[in-house]
Design a protein around this ligand. Sequence first.
Ligand SMILES: NC(=O)c1ccc[n+]([C@@H]2O[C@H](COP(=O)([O-])OP(=O)(O)OC[C@H]3O[C@@H](n4cnc5c(N)ncnc54)[C@H](OP(=O)(O)O)[C@@H]3O)[C@@H](O)[C@H]2O)c1
Length: 272
Amino acid sequence: MEYLQAAGLSLPRLGLGTFRMQGDACRAAIESALALGYRHIDTAEMYGNEDAIGAAIAAAGIARKDLHVTTKVWNENLAPDAIRRAFDTSLRKLRLDHADLYLVHWPAKNMNLPAMFETLLRLKEEGRTRAIGVANFNIALLKSVVEEIKAPIACNQVEYHVMLDQTPLRRYLAAKAIPLVAYCPLAQGRTASNETLAAIGRKHGASAAQVALKWLLDQDGVAAIPKTSRRESQRANLDALNVGLDDEDRQAIAALPKNKRCVNPGFAPAWD
Ligand SMILES: NC(=O)c1ccc[n+]([C@@H]2O[C@H](COP(=O)([O-])OP(=O)(O)OC[C@H]3O[C@@H](n4cnc5c(N)ncnc54)[C@H](OP(=O)(O)O)[C@@H]3O)[C@@H](O)[C@H]2O)c1
């Protein structure tokens, strides 16, 4: 496994996403992924699956130091007391004494950034999370967090894949040495049926989805968290790290339309 270094963390570059996985099926999927070698699990209080993930982690018996668990506070819980309550509940469900990365899941219109980050930093200082970070923050919000509050964030988790341009955000994060964790790295499965990616894959004995993942993982400072419950896809996504793309492949991928955003809830901030 390859790792990104950020804010004291070694973040496995390929993790397992878990949105829409629940109950016993979620537990089985996590057990399968851990057995295959995944060491980075992405969850959130909003996914309603932290208890199933906690059960799978407990059953796997992997040394805590070898496992990276990210969870997130929902954007209705961004007042200091609410963050604390949400965090305690997440850890209890996950059966962990600390998280590795605790993220603000989405910005909220009326959020008090300094108060939020004071609370998050205190959780970090108390050793209850090894690092803190954000998700779905645009450049203007990142500037407030990084340049005004000077919070040591370990990532911005945002939608990023072959069908969506994120160049300005990537440049800003790279300049600050902050990793970009790509969610929906397979464009919610759409990459699997893309003919350009399939043709590139045929050249290398890989699938279209593997090509899409490797395109992300070839970029400095980028990690990815594809979601799949199926063991063969979990294995294929891990194996994507071994696919070798060339300049011709990258040119073909650069020419794909890059305006397909899969996630855009009503409360999302302006992206640019
Ligand atoms: N921070 C945020 O606001 C935010 C928002 C969205 C997502 N996320 C995180 O990012 C994770 C990933 O995003 P996502 O789940 O929306 O989308 P995704 O990972 O881009 O795509 C998941 C879909 O791709 C399919 N798939 C996975 N591997 C495949 C392969 N090798 N070949 C063919 N199909 C494959 C899966 O099918 P099967 O399951 O049937 O295999 C599933 O339908 C989420 O689970 C969540 O943890 C975070």
